[in-house]
Design a protein around this ligand. Structure first.
Ligand SMILES: C[S@@+](CC[C@H](N)C(=O)[O-])C[C@H]1O[C@@H](n2cnc3c(N)ncnc32)[C@H](O)[C@@H]1O
Length: 229
């Protein structure tokens, strides 16, 4: 009954506001089941692998407590990290301060705000690497076009985007959730992005706290590249 009410509510105009409240609450209650101790292997490969990207500007979309931000900053990337939950950003800032003494670490820039409004937030452009671990896949459906426009505007020609999301929406989620390969293709291709790969990965391998996610939700990693203009 409660779940059915929540599902109905999330489809109303207030849905987007509701999903912000849910995220704040999840952080407040310490239920951040997506947290990982380390960056995902696909990101490490892009940064340290045989065809590693040259360090430049990186954007962490929905950075949470900053695990990927801190990793990139420690590898000489100039990172801008955005999140809409102040508590998450505060933790990310603390982690950055703690990592600050490491040789080669570049202090990240943290921005509080909505990733669908990067331009208004003054996030800037020319990012060569963009990471989204779990942000787009819970974005309300009607904000997704704005996300693609916002991210495309911020990306440099030829930029890489690593996108992680559950392909099967959790039924009980009080927010719209899920991101299929079809949707990724349909949204990003017209905006000038090429889908380089789509691979199923595993919450367990990534060390996420979420239990039984692999069977129920299917975590996927999509790698996209903005076409050089
Ligand atoms: C599943 S969590 C992942 C956090 C982090 N990337 C990680 O892997 O630990 C998704 C994050 O995206 C943030 N988020 C969701 N929608 C957002 C939006 N429209 N603008 C900014 N941040 C958003 C949430 O606050 C949350 O911290």
């Amino acid at each position: 009954m409660l779940i059915s009410l929540l599902r109905r509510y999330r489809r109303t105009a207030a849905g987007p506001r509701w999903y912000r409240v849910v995220y704040r609450l999840v952080y407040r209650l310490g239920l951040t089941v997506w947290q990982r101790p380390a960056p995902p292997a696909d990101l490490i490969k892009l940064v340290e692998g045989p065809s590693a990207l040259a360090p430049g500007r990186a954007l962490d979309l929905g950075c949470g407590t900053g695990v990927d931000t801190i990793y990139l900053a420690g590898r000489g990337w100039d990172v801008t990290a955005i999140d809409m939950v102040p508590q998450a950003l505060a933790a990310a800032r603390r982690h950055a301060t703690a990592a600050g003494a490491t040789a080669g670490f570049i202090a990240p820039r943290f921005i509080h705000g909505d990733v669908t409004r990067l331009h208004d937030l003054g996030a800037g452009g020319g990012f060569g690497l963009l990471v989204d671990f779990g942000c787009l896949h819970t974005l309300p459906e009607d904000r997704r076009p704005a996300y693609v426009a916002s991210v495309t505007h911020a990306a440099a020609p030829g930029a890489m985007l690593l996108l992680y999301g559950f392909s099967r929406p959790p039924k009980a989620a009080p927010m719209h959730a899920g991101l299929t390969i079809e949707e990724v293709w349909q949204r990003f291709s017209p905006a000038g992005w090429q889908l380089l790969s789509a691979e199923r990965t595993s919450a367990e391998t990534l060390g996420m706290r979420v239990r039984r996610a692999d069977d129920r939700f299917e975590l996927w990693c999509y790698q996209l590249q903005r076409r050089p203009s």
